[in-house]
Design a protein around this ligand. Structure first.
Ligand code: AGP
Length: 608
C-alpha cells in the first residue's frame, strides 16, 4: 500500500507534504516523490529509498509553493527505481499524479495511448493514468480525471495536480482509501488520517467511485457519474502523540508495551460481570438474531487470520457454534457455500486489506450478515459492514501487528461469551471467563516487566537461520503468529506447526541448529506437548519453552523457560503471544533489521 499526501492552502507546501509522508512511511517505502505547483510550472522530484533520501535531494532548494502532492511507494508493477517512483507526469510535464492501487487494464490502455503518440517512461501501470488524463483534458482537470477513470478497471486512490490549475488537487477513490482533511484556508488529501493529524482532525472520507475537487477554500465531491455528494465531516479522536514513538526505539516496541492499556480499552464498557455477559451493541444484532446463528465464517489475512483461528477454538468451545476460519484471498475465489443462518466476520486492523474487503463483499452479495472486527475507525471494511466492533487499539504504526492481535482476540472472547450466554453458558461460567479477561492486562504488565529474560534468549539465537514454533489446541495459532512475527521483521525462516504434526515431517529438520519454541502451558494437552519436547530434545534440538509459572518440571526438560501467569485456559494466547512478540523484536534489532519498516512489506495490503 502506498502513501499519498496532497496540500493546497496558505502554508509552504513542501514541509507539509514531507511531514505527511513521514507519517505514512510505514505504509510503503521503496521510493518517494513530490510534485510542487510553482509559478514556473510543475517541480517534480523523486528518489529511490526512504523519504530521507528525497529530503536530501530537496535540501537547500528554496521552492516557493503552496500546492502539491507527494507519494511514498510500495511497488506493485515496475521495480523500485527512480523512473518508476511517483509522481508520474504527462509529456508536457503539466499534469502530475500519485496513485495507490492497481490498474488492471493498463496494458490495453497503454497500447491505445501509445498508438495516439504518447511516450511512456516507466514500467508502471500508474503512468497510464497520467497520459489518459492528458488525453481527455479539454480545459477542466476534474472532468479530464472523470473521463479517464471511466475507462479504468482496477483499484485506485489518486491525487492529481496541474500547473494549468494552480489551486486544485483532484482526488479520486476506487478501492484504495483516500480522505480529505478540512482546514482553515487550507485543505489536505491523504491515504491515511495520520498524514494530516498535525494540522486538522476534521476529515471527509471518500467512498469508492467518488471524485473530489479540492481548493484552499473548499472541496466539492461528485460520483464518477457526476452526481453531487454532500461531504460528511468526521472528527478523528486520535492525538498526535499516539502516532509518535514516545521514547521507544521503535513503534513496534511501543505497541507491544501498550497492550495492557489497549486491552483495557478493548474491554471498556463491554463487560456486564454481574450477568456474566458481554455487551456488543455495535453488532447491530438483537438477542433472538444472535440465538439464530448456526454457523460463523471468519475471514482475514496474516496476523488477523491467526486471531480468527483462536476465535474458532474459543467460540466453538464457549458457544458451541460451528466456526470456519478462511484466508480471505482463498475464500473470495472459492465459490463458498452460504446459508441464512450464517454470520460472516471480517477481521482487519487497517480495515482496508483488499482481500478481506473483497471476501466481505462476496458474503454480503449472498445476503449474509457481515460484521467487522476492525481497528481503524471509518475504514472501508468498518463502513461497508452491517455492523461490528472497533478494537480501540489506537493507531498501529509498526508493520508487524502486535497490539491489534491481542485486541482482536479479546473481542473474539467477548463475542464467544455473548453467544455462549445466549445458549448454554451459565452466569458463573461467563463470570469465570470475563473475570479472567479483566486480569489479563495486569498479567501482561508482569510479563513485560521480565522483558530482559526474553532479550537474553534473543541474544543466544539471533544468528540462527531457521526456527520452528510448536503449539497445541488454542495455542497452535499462537505458534503460527510467533513464527510470522519473527520471519517478517528479522527475515529468519520460521515455521509454526501443530506440535503433534512435527512427527509428520518437520522433525527431519531438528538438530542443534534448529531452535524450537514450544508453547507448553499447563492445560489438558500439556503432557502431549511434553512428549513433543522430548522428541525434539532426543534429536539435539534446543527448546525455548513458554510455560506456566510454578511448572518446575519443564525447566529440567528444556534449554530455556519463559514463565507466564496462570489464566483461563481459553485466554492463554493473550499471554503466550507476548514473549513471542518480544523475541521477534529483539532478534530483529540484534540483526540490524528495520523493525518498523521491514523490507518488501507494507502495513496494509490494499492490492490483491
Ligand atoms: C502482520 O504482522 C502483518 N503485517 C500482516 O500479516 C497483516 O496482519 C495482514 O496484512 C492483515 O492486515 P489487516 O489486519 O490490516 O487486514
Amino acid at each position: 500500500m502506498c502513501g499519498i499526501v496532497g496540500y493546497v492552502g496558505e502554508k509552504q507546501a513542501l514541509p507539509v507534504l514531507l511531514s505527511g509522508l513521514k507519517r505514512l512511511e510505514y505504509r510503503g517505502y521503496d521510493s518517494a516523490g513530490v510534485a510542487l505547483v510553482t509559478d514556473d510550472g510543475l517541480r517534480i522530484t523523486k528518489q529511490v529509498g526512504k523519504i530521507k533520501v528525497l529530503e536530501q535531494a530537496l535540501d537547500g532548494h528554496k521552492i516557493d509553493c503552496r500546492h502539491g502532492i507527494a507519494h511514498t511507494r510500495w511497488a506493485t508493477h515496475g521495480e523500485p527505481n527512480q523512473v518508476n517512483a511517483h509522481p508520474h507526469y504527462d509529456t508536457a510535464a503539466e499534469i502530475a499524479l500519485v496513485h495507490n492501487g492497481i490498474v488492471e487494464n493498463y496494458r490495453t490502455l497503454k497500447e491505445f495511448l501509445s498508438q495516439k503518440g504518447f511516450v511512456f517512461r516507466s514500467d508502471t501501470d500508474t503512468e497510464v493514468l497520467t497520459h489518459l488524463i492528458r488525453f481527455n483534458y479539454k480545459g477542466d482537470l476534474t472532468e479530464a480525471v472523470r473521463d479517464a477513470l471511466s475507462q479504468v478497471e482496477g483499484t485506485y486512490g489518486i491525487a492529481v495536480v496541474s500547473s494549468l490549475h494552480p489551486n486544485e488537487v483532484i482526488a479520486a477513490r476506487m478501492g484504495s482509501p483516500l480522505v480529505i482533511g478540512h482546514g482553515d484556508d487550507e485543505n489536505f488529501v491523504a491515504s491515511d488520517v495520520s498524514a494530516m493529524l498535525e494540522y486538522t482532525n476534521r476529515v471527509v472520507y471518500l467512498e469508492d467511485g467518488e471524485i473530489a475537487t479540492v481548493t484552499n477554500s473548499e472541496y466539492t465531491i461528485t460520483t464518477i457519474q457526476n452526481v453531487e455528494i454532500t461531504p460528511r465531516i468526521s472528527e478523528i479522536s486520535w492525538s498526535l502523540d499516539m502516532i509518535e514513538k514516545s521514547g521507544y526505539d521503535h513503534f513496534m516496541l511501543k505497541e507491544i508495551h501498550e497492550q495492557p492499556t489497549t486491552l483495557r480499552n478493548a474491554m471498556r464498557g463491554r463487560i456486564n460481570y454481574e450477568e456474566g455477559i458481554s455487551r456488543l451493541n455495535g453488532l447491530n444484532l438483537q438477542y433472538d438474531e444472535l440465538r439464530r446463528i448456526k454457523r460463523i465464517i471468519i475471514s482475514a489475512c496474516g496476523t488477523s487470520w491467526h486471531a480468527g483461528l483462536i476465535g474458532e477454538y474459543l467460540i466453538e468451545e464457549v458457544a458451541r457454534v460451528p466456526v470456519e476460519i478462511e484466508y480471505a484471498s482463498e475464500f473470495r475465489y472459492r465459490s463458498p457455500i452460504f446459508d441464512d443462518s450464517s454470520v460472516f466476520f471480517a477481521i482487519s486492523q487497517s480495515g482496508e486489506t483488499a482481500d478481506t474487503l473483497a471476501a466481505m463483499r462476496e458474503a454480503k452479495k449472498h445476503g449474509v450478515t457481515s460484521l467487522g472486527i476492525v481497528n481503524v475507525v471509518g475504514s472501508t471494511i468498518a463502513r461497508e459492514s452491517n455492523g461490528g466492533v472497533y478494537i480501540h487499539a489506537g493507531p498501529e504504526i509498526g508493520v508487524a501487528s502486535t497490539k491489534a492481535f491481542t485486541s482482536q482476540v479479546t473481542l473474539l472472547a467477548l463475542i464467544g461469551t455473548l453467544l455462549g450466554r445466549m445458549r448454554h453458558l451459565s452466569v458463573q461460567q461467563g463470570q469465570e471467563l470475563l473475570g479472567a479477561l479483566q486480569e489479563i492486562p495486569g498479567q501482561i504488565e508482569q510479563i513485560l516487566a521480565r522483558e530482559d529474560v526474553v532479550k537474553e534468549i534473543a541474544g543466544e539465537y539471533c544468528n540462527n537461520d531457521n526456527f520452528l514454533y510448536l503449539g497445541r489446541g488454542i495455542n497452535f495459532p499462537v505458534a503460527l503468529e510467533g513464527a510470522l512475527k519473527l520471519k517478517e521483521i528479522s527475515y529468519i525462516h520460521a515455521e509454526g506447526y501443530p506440535a503433534a504434526e512435527m512427527k509428520h515431517g518437520p522433525i527431519a529438520l531438528i538438530d542443534e541448529n534448529m531452535p524450537v519454541v514450544v508453547i507448553a502451558m499447563k492445560d489438558p494437552v500439556y503432557d502431549k506437548v511434553m512428549s513433543n519436547i522430548a522428541e525434539v530434545r532426543a534429536r539435539n534440538g534446543r527448546v525455548i519453552a513458554i510455560a506456566t509459572e510454578g511448572d518446575t518440571e519443564i525447566a529440567e526438560r528444556v534449554n530455556h523457560v519463559i514463565y507466564l501467569p496462570e489464566t483461563h485456559r481459553l485466554l492463554t494466547p493473550l499471554l503466550s503471544v507476548i514473549p513471542l512478540q518480544l523475541l521477534a523484536y529483539h532478534i530483529a534489532v540484534m540483526r540490524g533489521c528495520h523493525v518498523d519498516q521491514p523490507r518488501n512489506l507494507a502495513k496494509s495490503v490494499t492490492v490483491e
